[in-house]
Each structure stands twice: as C-alpha cells, then as structure tokens.
Design a protein around this ligand. Structure first.
Ligand code: BES
Ligand code: MN
Ligand code: ZN
Length: 502
C-alpha cells in the first residue's frame, strides 16, 4: 500500500531514500539551489562540467551530505522550462521513478517547484498530482506472468515537500487524489498489458463486477442473450468469428438527479483484434491485445469518478469482443444492424472498432445520455499522423471539446484536433445499407470518426482516437515512458469533474 504525504519544513529536513529536486536545461530549480548550498556547490559544479545538463528525463543521483536528511539527492531534468506541460511533468516523474526503483530507492521525497503551477499546469494541486501520480505510475509491472517476479521493489512512500503550509487541506486532498489516479492509471495499464487468452470479454466483465462491488456504482454485464434482445447486431456481428462470447459492460454513476445531464463515456473493448476475415499481417499482431485500451480507460475512470463522488451522472459503456476469423465470422459485404436500427455494410472486418462503438453509442442514447465521449484505439492512421505523442480528437461540439481539452491539462494527456469538414462524409456511402464501415485509406482517422458520429444522434459528441497514445512501443521515443500509458483515464475523470461544474 502506497502513501503520499505532505512533509512540512524544508525539503532537506525530510528523511527518505531519495530527495528529488529539479533542473531545467542549464539551470537548477529552486529546491536544487537550496540543496546545492548544503552540498558545497556540487550541483553547480556538475552543471558547469556538463555532468548534469537538466535535459528532459535526465536523472542524476548524488550522495547527500551537509545535513540533508534523505540518503541521496536526485536531480531530475525537466528540459526547457517553457515547453513544460502536465503531460511532460507526469512523464518526467515516471521516468525518474523507474530509475529509482531499479536502484532500490523507494521512499521518495519530492520537492515541489511551486513556480511551475500556473505556467506548466493550471494550479498547485495539478502540480502535486502530476509529480506524485507520475512517480507512482512507475510501479506499473509488465512482467506479471514471469515465474521469477521482477526484482525491482515498488515505490512505497512519497512525501511532498516545499509547499506552503497555508495551503492546508487542499494539499492533502491533491495527494489522496494523486494516489487514486495513479491506481486508476495502473489498472488501465494492467488490463491493456494482459494477454488476450486471460483477459477475455467475459473476464473483463468479471473484473469490473469485482472492482465495483461495494461502491456506489451499478454494473450490468449484458450477455449474448441480452445483446440479442437489445438488437445489438453490430457487436454480435463482429463477435461471430470468435468462440469467446461478447459482452456489453454498462456502469452507472448516479451523482446527480435523474433529470440532470448524463455524460456517456463509450470505450472500444476489443480484447484481441486479428482483423477478422480482413486479417492483419502476422508481424506485430501481438500488440492487438491492447485494443480494449479505450474501454479499460472508461471503466477505470468510472471507478475513480465514483470514489471521488463527482456530483454528476456518468454512464460507462464498453462493447467487448474478440475480432476473430472463425468459420462463422462476418465476411466483407455482410450487413448488420445496430441497436438504433441503422444498417451497416461491413466492407472491411478490420474496421471493427467503429462497428462495435455503433452499438455502444446507440445504447448510450437509449439510456438517455445527453453528451457522448468515445475513446478507442480506432485507427492506425491516427498513429501514423500523430505518433505516440498526441491522441486524435474529433468532435461535433465546441463546448464539449473545450471541456475535454481543459480536462487534459489537469490529467496530463495530449490531444490534437483533426477537422471534420463535410466533404469527408462521403466515406459513409453504401449502395446496399444505411452506412458502410470503410470508405478508403485516405483520412483514415477522420473516416473512423465520421462513422462513429453517425451514431451520436446529434448529441454533443467528442471522439478520442488513442491508437497511438495507448501504448508507446517506439524505443527511440525516450521522453515518453514505454509500454501501456493508461491514457486517457485521468482526463476522463477530470472531464466528469468539469462536466459537474458546468
Ligand atoms: N485496432 C486497430 C487500429 C490500430 C492499428 C490501433 C494499429 C493501434 C495500432 C483497428 O481496429 C484497425 O484495424 N483499424 C484499421 C482500419 C482500416 C481497416 C479502415 C487500420 O487502422 O488499419
Ligand atoms: Mn481492426
Ligand atoms: Zn481494432
């Protein structure tokens, strides 16, 4: 069990394994300057000799001296001060946390540089959350299925130093939230990392039931029979190629009156994507175990939203299935019908995410959602366009987009908006059904969004294509921690908070 606490007094007076101070390119941060005095100018000397540069993600471990209570001083490079944002802060602390775990330094004292609040992040609470959540997320363990467990110990204590004593309760609240958000992030990472033979749609449903037991959330896991009576032909269609039964997971947070607005979060829950009959190449196909990353973020966000007692109504909906090429699988040209009766010509069975989301959005409207945000590892095109650095955002509503972007500054996620000019709408045109699920290779991420929007019923809607940001597998991209990111779970939690205030 990890704790995050406030340490009163100067950072140097607080005991622990490592006192983390920061540097920017070529300059020490305020706590580093203070510590430097106790170290007889050692950090300044290291800066002059370029042993320490302050570049982003640089972690320099120095023996402590001069009455510094922690055993080591660690200087974390944050790079260019003007380029720092919540995303980069989270990532810097995660990178540092990983280095310190491997060095067995697990009781951390984090010195806050409060001058970063309001420049890099919206406020002091956001700064503290970025530092603490970032560091704790380094506890994510990829090798859970190894016979010999990883030998790096977990970070088990985080003390934040250097925040004004007057800040009072708000600091303690921020720290408690930081721990919750780290746990929420690591849950998404665990789910995304889980092999598809253990994390089946049924197992994901069971995990959610267990997670939500004893909370204020209500959970319904719709099985095949329930999906049939609901008319969820789109989800059932994609599931035809698999022996694993599909489910639709519906989680409800009732934080306001029944006539208050309801935010629906709809997440793609493909527990494995082979492409179906439009089968994918073998090379790298194993990465498609993470194709439920959007659904995982939605489900974990709902859990946190309930824990935080956010005063609004939120509905989490995750259509979950494998996409397999079995003997009864959908064939290109097959037509299925979604919950709202819209018929879909499936010309490419590998564009399965949008098809299951069709039923997810249709169900959200049936359950009286007033606003819809969907989250999906939807298109390779989003990955090609934006890499692992930004998720693609497409939308039908300015106000809801602004809310998501504000939430992202709190949560430490990144989104870049792509346009939805009316000319793109032709990708939907089918000769035989209401819509088709594939309209050409060009503008692939936008085409996916155009299809999903067709099921939003004209409600304010935002689409987050996280195909690139859910997982960083680019070894050379050192500024972003490798593996599953858990994104954008924290943004979804903050979105609910901002939605409640609006
Ligand atoms: N799950 C994939 C998208 C994906 C690809 C995510 C690579 C992460 C990395 C999705 O179901 C898919 O296969 N999309 C197709 C769509 C195409 C057939 C229109 C794609 O991107 O190639
Ligand atoms: Mn696919
Ligand atoms: Zn997919």
């Amino acid at each position: 069990m990890t704790v995050a606490m406030r340490g009163d007094g100067a950072p140097a007076t607080i005991g622990g394994d490592a006192l983390l101070v920061t540097a920017f390119t070529g300059e020490l941060g305020p706590a580093a300057i203070e510590v430097d005095g106790r170290l007889d100018g050692e950090l300044t000397a290291m800066l002059s000799s370029r042993e320490l540069t302050g570049s982003f993600g640089e972690v320099t471990v120095v023996n402590s001296a001069g009455g510094i209570a922690a055993r080591r001083v660690v200087v974390l490079g944050l790079g260019d001060r003007n380029l720092l944002d919540s995303f980069r802060l989270h990532n810097a602390y995660t990178l540092a946390g990983g280095v310190l775990r491997r060095r067995r330094l697990t009781r951390l004292v984090l010195a806050a540089d409060v001058s970063l609040a309001e420049t890099a992040v919206p406020d002091t609470a956001a700064l503290l959350r970025a530092m603490v959540t970032g560091a704790l997320v380094a506890n994510h363990e990829a090798g859970v299925n190894k016979s010999e467990p990883d030998t790096a110990p977990l970070i088990d204590e985080v003390v934040v130093a250097g925040v004004d004593g007057d800040a009072g309760d708000s600091v303690d609240i921020a720290l408690a939230e930081a721990v919750l958000l780290a746990e929420s992030t690591m849950r998404v990472q665990r789910w995304a990392n889980a092999p598809a033979n253990t994390l089946t749609p049924t197992q994901l449903g069971a995990d959610v039931v267990e997670l939500c037991a004893g909370t204020t959330l209500t959970v319904e896991v719709m099985d095949r029979a329930a999906l049939e009576s609901a008319g969820a032909g789109a989800l059932l269609g994609i599931a035809r190629g698999s022996d694993e039964p599909p489910v639709m997971i519906v989680v409800r947070h009732q934080g306001a009156g029944t006539d208050a607005p309801t935010l629906a979060l709809v997440g793609k829950g493909i527990t494995f994507d082979t492409g179906g009959i439009s089968i994918k190449p073998a090379l790298g196909m194993e990465s498609m175990k993470f194709d439920m990353g959007g659904g995982a973020a939605v489900l974990s966000a709902l859990h946190a939203i309930a824990a935080l007692q956010v005063p609004c109504n939120v509905l989490g909906i995750v259509p979950a299935t494998e996409n397999m090429p079995g003997g009864r699988a959908l064939k290109p040209g097959d037509v299925v019908s979604a919950i709202d009766g819209t018929t879909i010509e499936v010309v490419n069975t590998d564009a399965e995410g949008r098809v299951v989301l069709a039923d997810g959005l249709a169900l959200a409207r049936q359950l009286r959602a007033t606003h819809i945000v969907d989250v999906a590892t939807l298109t390779g095109a989003a990955l090609i366009a934006l890499g692992h650095v930004n998720a693609a955002l497409m939308s039908s509503d300015r106000a809801l987009t602004q809310l998501v972007l504000r939430a992202a500054q709190q949560g430490g996620d990144r989104f870049a908006e792509l346009p939805m000019s009316p000319e793109y709408d032709v990708c939907l045109r089918s000769e035989v059904a209401d819509v088709r699920n594939w309209g050409g290779r060009e503008a692939g991420a936008i085409n996916g969004a155009v299809f999903v929007r067709a099921f939003s019923g004209g409600l304010p809607w935002v689409h987050l294509d996280i195909a690139g940001t859910a997982w960083n597998d680019q070894a050379s991209l050192k500024d972003i921690p490798k593996g599953p990111s858990g994104a954008p779970v924290r943004t979804l939690v903050w979105l609910a908070r901002l939605f409640a205030r609006d």
